[in-house]
Design a protein around this ligand. Structure first.
Ligand SMILES: NC(=O)c1ccc[n+]([C@@H]2O[C@H](COP(=O)([O-])OP(=O)(O)OC[C@H]3O[C@@H](n4cnc5c(N)ncnc54)[C@H](OP(=O)(O)O)[C@@H]3O)[C@@H](O)[C@H]2O)c1
Length: 286
């Protein structure tokens, strides 16, 4: 299969490159904004035609959650218009589109894990654009899987794990919010699930939304404590409330995702978040 991966320098994109190395039976085309700007519809279409693309894994996105409140137009361009164009090219070439979305499509007022068909209600520009991106893809009628994930981290790129480790270099205590619940998710596990979806659906018709995170539930302060425990760092984590740490974008208080559908579809088990955190941190060089 000829597989296009967009946004390949990002956290998920990097992990897709590692998965690809184990799947030489496919022809992989890795791109990021310097080689294929997904906002450039003509370039996207030309890429599909030139390389006879049969599947596209869209790892590109506008992911700066707080900045999006000040740059809604750019967030909309990358998270809504560009996925629509990718989907249109997929439709024209009968390619399968795997697109990644977020727990931020929900308002976070729930108290049990969110299922794929639960009502959405984003509370931020980022969440709103990601939700509209999902809808734009579905509207084209292309073959697609939309995979919502949460609290993503990896050994590369900017993320919570690396920020905590850097803070621990010159702080003996830090304040971290304790009243948001979710599941840290290693991009390596998500990349594997995306590969499994490609293998599962191949050339078949599909138009589904899935939820994928690691197993378990925690809070940001407990996540930070786990990072320090694994790294052997002595840094005290003071629990503070969201009110005490104001940010431009509002985050959902509860964003645990129900993964029953993807586990049943792929007949897969998903690692616990702490086990995957350990695996990821073995690769870290900080
Ligand atoms: N990070 C999280 O906690 C989280 C949580 C839930 C869902 N997600 C979703 O998971 C997916 C992967 O996230 P991630 O953390 O891997 O993102 P990331 O690290 O920010 O990577 C995104 C990549 O896309 C590139 N990009 C931006 N605009 C582009 C364009 N117009 N054309 C081509 N490439 C472009 C970025 O380049 P620049 O760096 O140069 O902009 C970057 O390399 C995204 O869809 C995101 O919304 C993330």
């Amino acid at each position: 299969m000829n597989i296009l991966v967009t946004g390949c320098y990002g956290q998920l994109g990097h992990e897709m490159q590692k998965i690809a190395a184990k799947h030489p039976e496919h022809q992989w085309h890795f791109t990021d904004i310097d080689s294929l700007d997904i906002c450039d519809g003509a370039a996207v279409e030309a890429f599909f035609a030139t390389y006879a693309i049969q599947a596209c894994i869209n790892c590109a996105a506008y992911t700066a959650v707080d900045r999006a409140e000040d740059e809604p137009d750019l967030a909309y361009k990358v998270n809504v218009e560009a996925p629509r164009r990718l989907a249109e090219s997929c439709l024209r070439h009968d390619a399968l589109l795997l697109h990644v979305s977020t727990d931020y499509v929900f308002d976070g007022k729930g108290s049990r894990p969110y299922r794929e068909d639960d009502p959405t209600g984003p509370t931020s520009v980022y969440g709103q654009t990601k939700l509209e991106g999902e809808r734009a893809i579905a509207e084209t009628g292309c073959r697609h899987c939309i995979v919502r994930t949460a609290w993503l981290y990896s050994a590369t790129g900017k993320n919570f794990v690396k920020t905590m480790l850097m803070l621990a270099e010159n702080h003996d205590q830090i304040n971290v919010v304790c009243d948001q619940q979710g599941t840290p998710t290693w991009a390596g596990d998500l990349a594997l699930a995306l590969m499994r979806l490609i293998e599962h659906y191949g050339n078949q018709p599909v138009g589904e939304v899935f939820h994928f995170t690691n197993e378990g539930v925690t809070t940001w302060n407990r996540f930070a404590e786990a990072v320090f425990e694994i790294a052997g760092k002595h840094c005290l984590v003071n629990a503070i409330t969201t009110d005490q740490y104001p940010t431009k974008a509002t985050r959902p208080a509860y964003s645990v995702l129900d993964k029953t559908k993807i586990k049943q579809t792929l007949d897969m088990e998903i690692p616990d978040w702490k086990d995957s955190l350990r695996r990821c941190m073995e690769e870290l060089t900080i």
